[in-house]
Design a protein around this ligand. Structure first.
Ligand SMILES: CC(C)(COP(=O)(O)OP(=O)(O)OC[C@H]1O[C@@H](n2cnc3c(N)ncnc32)[C@H](O)[C@@H]1OP(=O)(O)O)[C@@H](O)C(=O)NCCC(=O)NCCS
Length: 197
């Protein structure tokens, strides 16, 4: 298994990894009618606007990724200008029956909530990391994280934050081990952060 920079041909594989880890770290493919929906939110914008902060675990095929955004408000602005408008046209609010997982994420496309300015000052960057089961538990999560932290540092970001679901106890343990501290916690999840140095 190696870590390499993202390449344009990776998009479909990375969307699929997002879906297969999208249920608090477990496979979410049975929960969605539309297999691209999660990737359109959590993968696509990063590949489009921050391709130099995207790294892939490769064991002959893509098996995991880390995706970063250097300055969250600028990233949110770019998405608001160029990413969400065509997606909102493609996925109108009534695209899926109310109460379905697809409908929930379509609502997220329409109703964006920006990061808290109090967090941005110290931790302007944010990230997503996901690996398929075959790549987990071999040190590749740490390797991906260290690669992204170095890239963020080089890009001038002093700190990075992330969101994690309360039920994803494995990921929370991993982030704590990687030096992340909890800034906010609710019954749904946490915001965790650390310096890039
Ligand atoms: C969470 C995830 C990225 C961790 O990656 P990983 O490759 O399994 O983790 P690693 O093997 O690199 O472990 C790195 C370090 O964290 C430690 N660690 C991993 N999981 C841990 C846990 N639950 N509790 C405590 N420590 C943990 C490891 O022991 C290791 O310590 P060391 O390097 O100091 O010896 C990976 O399991 C994953 O992709 N899960 C599914 C998707 C997901 O949940 N993503 C996060 C969404 S918010």
């Amino acid at each position: 298994m190696i870590i390499r920079p993202y390449a344009p041909g990776d998009d479909a594989a990375l969307y699929d990894i997002c879906l297969r880890t999208g249920d608090n770290g477990g496979d979410a493919s049975h929960l969605f009618t539309d297999p691209r929906l999660l990737g359109e939110i959590f993968v696509g914008p990063y590949l489009r606007f921050e391709p130099s902060l995207a790294f892939v675990v490769d064991d002959g095929a893509a098996a995991g990724y880390v995706l970063g955004a250097r300055h969250t408000p600028s990233f949110e602005e770019a998405c608001e200008q160029e990413w969400w408008p065509p997606l909102r046209r493609r996925y109108p609010r009534d695209s899926f029956p109310a109460g379905t997982r697809d409908a929930h994420y379509v609502e997220i496309i329409h109703e964006r909530r920006n990061a808290d300015p109090a967090i941005i000052d110290e931790y302007p960057a944010h990230l997503h990391i996901d690996m398929l089961p075959r790549a987990q538990g071999h040190g590749m999560g740490r390797a991906l994280m260290e690669r992204l932290l170095a890239a963020l540092r080089d890009a001038g970001a002093p700190g990075v934050h992330l969101g994690v679901g309360a039920a994803n106890v494995r990921a929370i343990g991993f982030y704590e081990r990687m030096g992340f501290a909890t800034l906010r916690a609710s019954e749904n999840g946490r915001v965790m952060a650390r310096a890039t140095t």
